[in-house]
Design a protein around this ligand. Structure first.
Ligand SMILES: [Cu+2]
Length: 124
């Protein structure tokens, strides 16, 4: 009886500890900033798109690509997490003509949670 109470007590303490852990420890990865910037208009075609996240990414499950407004993929197929910076997602581009482009990203953070999003930039 006494040891059952002890076990219940320990379980409750663990539950409270887990519950009280700061959200940051469990945080999903969200974009911090990017190049080109979200919604920006730029005058020369960028060689790549880079997005910096607020946490480390899982390279095996994180993707990035760029579409034109016809929905065709224009980025090279080398989207990846930078090997020297686990918060940086990047993909190369050919020399793109003027137009608006859609960046589509999908990442898994170190906590195993997936986040995804998209944004546009325009080359004038
Ligand atoms: Cu998460």
């Amino acid at each position: 009886m006494r040891s059952a109470n002890l076990r219940t007590g320990i379980a409750i303490i663990f539950f409270v500890l887990l519950w009280g852990l700061p959200e940051a420890l469990w945080a999903h990865a969200f974009p911090d900033h990017s190049d080109p910037k979200v919604g920006s208009t730029i005058s020369s075609p960028p060689a790549q798109v880079r997005i910096w996240f607020d946490g480390d990414l899982e390279p095996a499950f994180s993707t990035i690509m760029v579409h034109n407004m016809d929905g065709r993929m224009v980025s090279k197929g080398d989207g990846r997490v930078d090997p020297s910076d686990p918060t940086l997602l990047e993909v190369s581009l050919p020399k793109l003509p003027p137009g608006t482009y859609l960046v589509i990203w999908n990442v898994v953070a170190r906590d195993g949670h997936r986040t995804q999003g998209q944004y546009t930039f325009t080359i004038k």
